[in-house]
Design a protein around this ligand. Structure first.
Ligand SMILES: *[C@@H]1O[C@H](CO)[C@@H](O)[C@H](O)[C@H]1NC(C)=O
Ligand SMILES: *[C@@H]1O[C@H](CO)[C@@H](O)[C@H](O)[C@H]1NC(C)=O
Ligand SMILES: *[C@@H]1O[C@H](CO)[C@@H](O)[C@H](O)[C@H]1NC(C)=O
Ligand SMILES: *[C@@H]1O[C@H](CO)[C@@H](O)[C@H](O)[C@H]1NC(C)=O
Ligand SMILES: *[C@@H]1O[C@H](CO)[C@@H](O)[C@H](O)[C@H]1NC(C)=O
Ligand SMILES: *[C@@H]1O[C@H](CO)[C@@H](O)[C@H](O)[C@H]1NC(C)=O
Length: 625
């Protein structure tokens, strides 16, 4: 039974044609596994290899406790009798140590995932690290879609040390670290998508199409904003010269055996041929070239999704005519595409496909591209399922920290670390406002902005609405009440914090403010001729006939010479005068002399300075007098 593969399937096919040139420099993508344990020997960082399935956590980390099952150590059977689910919230997830062999890697992963394991560490007999991949033809492959746990391959020696340490009662804590899985040198990410127009290869093809459809919008936004530079690529092989006239090469290659693709059904007698696949690949590559030259490389995503919908193999529409229809619908010049495709029967090179064959060969940190579909980000191969969110996460981790585009910080790629206890961040029990923010790198504790009000604080133990608008959110956490058609609040907008009962009330301002009975407490309206009546938040004071109550100064004054018919009219004149006084001293004096008779001046002079030696108090609260 083939239990693992290293892209050998394609290599073997390649060997068929070009034995001497198949070097297949396959690159195993590693990440760090940090072991924290009481044993000094075991402590440290180890390399481990990423699997090409499951949902990777590029940019993030995952911590857990290592366990090694007593039975079923290869994890080829289900773990119905054991559960590795963390038993209480906040408990660390389990990383299961699993021996290689007995079944597909994906079977081990699936059994472990169903038992509540967060990651599997697969170990074997040597210290070579390999990339675990999905089986090419698993009849029960539907579960592959649901495989989400992280899988890594560790060395034999680390496996042995872990097992030895597990015999002791000490827990072993490990951290898988994807933060440095991809280089992130600058504020632009270069990435490649190695794909294929073949739509009849089962699960892999369905995954690929699904990825293109779900990732399109994000890819186009990133490209249009200049955050990424994307290039699509197509793998082709060539037919060795001595076989160019064979039927096999003729049906699978174009340009006299120079560019070939495998038969979609792996059956030469039916359906479409490899030749037709190469032609469609070439048309897509040319479409990208032409679109890129016109400054709109993102049109490629539209073309590919539309082509895959309109020109399917199973509907017998996988041909050049259909491709032309789609090209035209984007207003792209079909002549330019035809020019780029050239004569596929001629014994000449095609510039685009020649460049594609060169690009297949790895360079620098990137190995040869042998698995497809595959994504290469900043010249490193992405490992994991082709899931739109996981790929976006990986791309996001390719930006220099702090330069990630907004898309990377959106809800789309949340890690859900805020769902449990607000991720340990500050939160307000009453309003459910939390400082926990989900990002592709995991949660961050950052005081939020709610309804435009910025909260400030450390994000962990406290956050407070900052000045100005803070009263708009939950009334700043302060008391508020309304009665008798009047509203009162203990939140003062221009204070940066705290609550204060409004005048006429007493209390802590947070939970309660109680009406002060000004009449009973002898706080106001105490003159001999006054009649006091308490109201909610205030009071009413009525003076005897011909006298008017001046609330500001809590006095009754005569207004016999003032030409007003009621107390309010007088008050209006009075307040008007105060306002005028503020506007300008001279103007004030002039108006006062003109409108106020000496008697009123005399009475008022007892209570407030009129000559300006002291500033005129414009407003004051009740308790001040
Ligand atoms: C788990 O495996 C046992 C035998 O190994 C089998 O009887 C049982 O049905 C399996 N359970 C599930 C849920 O597949
Ligand atoms: C597929 O699943 C069936 C039943 O679930 C099982 O009997 C069979 O062995 C599985 N095949 C493989 C190749 O795992
Ligand atoms: C995978 O998940 C889907 C939807 O969540 C579910 O319908 C399906 O049964 C699952 N497949 C397996 C093999 O568990
Ligand atoms: C796409 O266009 C840009 C700028 O016009 C150019 O720098 C880049 O090399 C082009 N890419 C390809 C693959 O042609
Ligand atoms: C806050 O969350 C709790 C529990 O989820 C819920 O019962 C409550 O109604 C929420 N309060 C507000 C103001 O949304
Ligand atoms: C008091 O508040 C209520 C709603 O909270 C509002 O409908 C009403 O208009 C307010 N009254 C005054 C006098 O502001």
């Amino acid at each position: 039974m083939r239990i693992w593969k290293l892209g050998f399937v394609i290599c073997v096919w390649f060997l068929l044609f070009a034995v001497e040139s198949c070097l297949c420099r396959f690159m195993v993508e590693n990440i760090n596994l940090k072991v924290t344990s009481s044993s000094e020997d075991l402590k440290g960082s180890y390399k481990c290899a990423l699997a090409n399935f499951g949902i990777p956590r590029y940019g993030g980390t995952l911590r857990g406790l290592v366990k090694y099952p007593k039975e079923n150590q290869e994890a080829c059977n289900n773990f119905t009798d054991v559960s590795f689910k963390p038993d209480n919230p906040g408990a660390l997830p389990v990383f299961l140590l699993v021996d290689r062999g007995g079944c597909y890697f994906t079977n081990k992963a699936w059994n472990a995932q169903n038992a509540g394991v967060a990651a599997i560490l697969v170990t074997h007999e040597t210290d070579d690290l390999i990339t675990m991949d999905m089986p090419e033809h698993d009849p029960n492959a539907t579960y592959l879609q649901n495989l989400t746990l992280s899988s890594v391959f560790i060395t034999h020696s680390l496996g042995v040390s872990l097992k030895k340490e597990l015999e002791k009662p000490n827990p072993i804590l490990v951290t898988l670290d994807w933060t440095e899985a991809l280089p992130h040198p600058d504020e632009r990410v270069e990435y490649e998508f190695w794909t294929n127009t073949n739509d009849e290869c089962g699960l892999k093809c369905d995954n690929q199409l699904n990825f293109v459809k779900t990732f399109k919008k994000v890819a186009q936004t990133l490209e249009q904003n200049g955050d990424t530079r994307f290039t699509p690529h197509y793998i082709t092989w060539y037919c060795p010269e001595e076989y160019t006239s064979s039927d096999k090469c003729k049906s699978q290659c174009i340009n006299h055996g120079r560019y070939c693709a495998p038969d979609p059904e792996e059956d030469f007698s039916k359906g479409y041929t490899g030749k037709e696949v190469v032609v469609q690949n070439l048309i897509q590559a040319c479409f990208y070239k032409v679109a890129n030259e016109s400054g709109k490389p993102w049109l490629w995503w539209d073309y590919v999704t539309d082509f895959s919908t309109r020109c399917q193999m199973k509907e017998h529409k996988y041909d050049q005519e259909c491709a032309h229809e789609v090209i035209k619908s984007f207003g792209v010049d079909t002549k330019k595409i035809d020019e780029c495709v050239g004569d596929t029967t001629a014994d000449t090179e095609n510039a685009v496909l020649k460049a594609e064959q060169h690009a297949q060969i790895g360079s620098g940190t990137r190995g040869d591209v042998t698995i497809q579909p595959t994504v290469v980000i900043n010249n490193r191969q992405y490992r994991g399922r082709l899931d739109n969110k996981a790929v976006l996460k990986a791309i996001c981790s390719g930006f220099k920290e702090g330069t990630e585009p907004a898309l990377c910080l959106s809800y789309e790629i949340e890690t859900n670390e805020c769902l449990v206890d607000n991720g340990g961040c500050w939160s307000d029990k009453v309003t459910n406002i939390t400082a926990c923010k989900d990002t592709f790198r995991g949660k961050v504790c950052e005081c939020p902005v709610v309804n435009g009000v910025k909260f400030v604080g450390d994000g962990y133990t406290h956050c407070e609405a900052s000045a100005a608008l803070r009263c708009q959110v939950n009334n700043g956490g302060c008391w508020e009440g309304s009665k008798e058609g009047r509203n009162y609040t203990a939140c003062i907008g221009d204070h940066t914090k705290g609550c204060e009962c409004p005048s006429g009330f007493k209390g802590d301002g947070v939970n309660s403010c109680e009406d002060i009975d000004e009449c009973k407490e002898k706080k106001a309206c105490q003159c001999s001729k006054c009649k006091c009546k308490n109201t909610w938040g205030s009071y009413e004071c009525n003076c005897a006939a011909n006298l008017f109550y001046l609330k500001e100064h809590d006095i009754c004054i005569s207004a016999k010479d003032v030409n007003t018919s009621d107390g309010w009219g007088f008050a209006w004149v009075f307040f008007g005068l105060i306002a005028i006084g503020v506007v300008g001293y001279i103007f004030y004096k002039y108006r006062v002399r003109r409108y106020m008779d000496s008697e009123i001046r005399a009475i008022m002079a007892q209570y407030m300075p009129l000559d300006g030696e002291v500033e005129v108090p414009v407003t004051r609260s009740h308790g001040d007098i």
